[in-house]
Design a protein. Structure first.
Length: 316
């Protein structure tokens, strides 16, 4: 009996020791978009604040492709659920992508949620020297020249794309769609005069607004706090408003202690003055949602986008 009790004690010590050892090696945060994009900016700023809690390193790895979904598929399929790999993802990759393509994940039940970091709404921008001063200017020009004006956006069937489609329907205009891998590609195309306008995330363009770029309208229900002078498309008479979220997820069945560790490190960073200020200057609102709440919100998005995708003919 003494040997049995001693064995149980040793087993309990081993389990506790294993739990306490996390993180015992480098942790990788995956970004499914190119460097310089909104997801990359948020994750790198978040990682900067989290690194003190990861003595063996926390690295950010950009793995762009397929509008952000390839990185999630790779993580879901190949990453071990040990807490050493997690990803920052936009809600579009979780609520839209799986409805359109055969991926390694299908619904919000196929991965673990950590928390929601920020929420924001995309905007449409033009070069500062563009003849279009307002959203109405752009719409009127598009009506007068059907198929001549072009709008860039980061990835097909993303929230940015659906916002463009909703705007085109609401304004009854025909403009050429120009999908890009991300703002790192779309920005130079816009400033180089290859496209007329482009959807951008506030984090990507805040420093350039009123310098090299002009915002025509925001895809939000009300004016965004960081962009008080940018009218919504709704207030300009066009009903188009899909918001974006950036959240952290991990492979399904990731060790609970690892999920909590990442959650706590991220949440502490989100509450820091430096991160709050960084998000404010980039036009994003810190929007903490715990794993249970954000999973429900993604399920809601998943169901809501089904109707929109059918409306534009993306789903049969």
């Amino acid at each position: 009996m003494k040997k049995f009790i001693a064995g149980l004690a040793l087993f309990g010590w081993a389990v506790a020791s294993q739990a306490q050892s996390y993180p015992a090696q480098t942790v990788t945060a995956i970004v499914g978009w190119p460097a310089g994009g909104a997801a990359d900016i948020v994750m790198r700023l978040l990682a900067e604040g989290m690194r003190s809690q990861f003595p063996n390193g926390l690295v950010v790895a950009n793995k762009p492709g397929a509008g952000g979904t390839s990185a999630i598929s790779a993580m879901v399929e190949m990453a071990k659920p040990d807490g050493y790999t997690f990803a920052i993802v936009p809600n579009s990759n979780l609520a839209i992508g799986p409805q359109l393509n055969k991926l390694k994940y299908n619904t919000p039940d196929d991965y673990d949620f950590i928390l929601n970091v920020v929420s924001f709404s995309p905007i449409i921008v033009v070069p500062k020297d563009s003849p279009y001063k307002t959203g109405k200017d752009f719409v009127e020009a598009a009506k007068a020249q059907p198929g001549k004006l072009s709008i860039g956006f980061p990835g097909e069937t993303t929230i940015s794309h659906l916002n463009v489609e909703q705007l085109k329907i609401a304004a009854d205009i025909h403009a050429i769609n120009v999908p890009f891998a991300g703002w790192a590609k779309g920005g130079p195309a816009l400033l180089g005069g290859h496209i007329t306008a482009s959807v951008a995330q506030p984090a990507e363009v805040m420093p350039q607004l009123n310098v090299t770029l002009r915002a025509l309208g925001s895809f939000s229900d009300v004016r965004q706090a960081a962009l008080p002078d940018t009218p919504t498309w709704k207030e300009q008479g066009y009903l188009a408003a899909f918001g974006a979220k950036y959240l952290l997820i991990a492979p399904k069945n990731t060790q609970p202690q690892a999920l909590k560790y990442i959650h706590d490190a991220a949440k502490a960073t989100m509450e820091s003055p430096s991160f709050k200020e960084a998000m404010k200057t980039r036009g994003m609102e810190i929007d903490y949602q715990d794993p249970i709440k954000i999973k429900q919100l993604i399920w809601d998005d998943y169901k809501n986008y089904t109707a929109v995708l059918k409306k534009i003919g993306a789903l049969k």
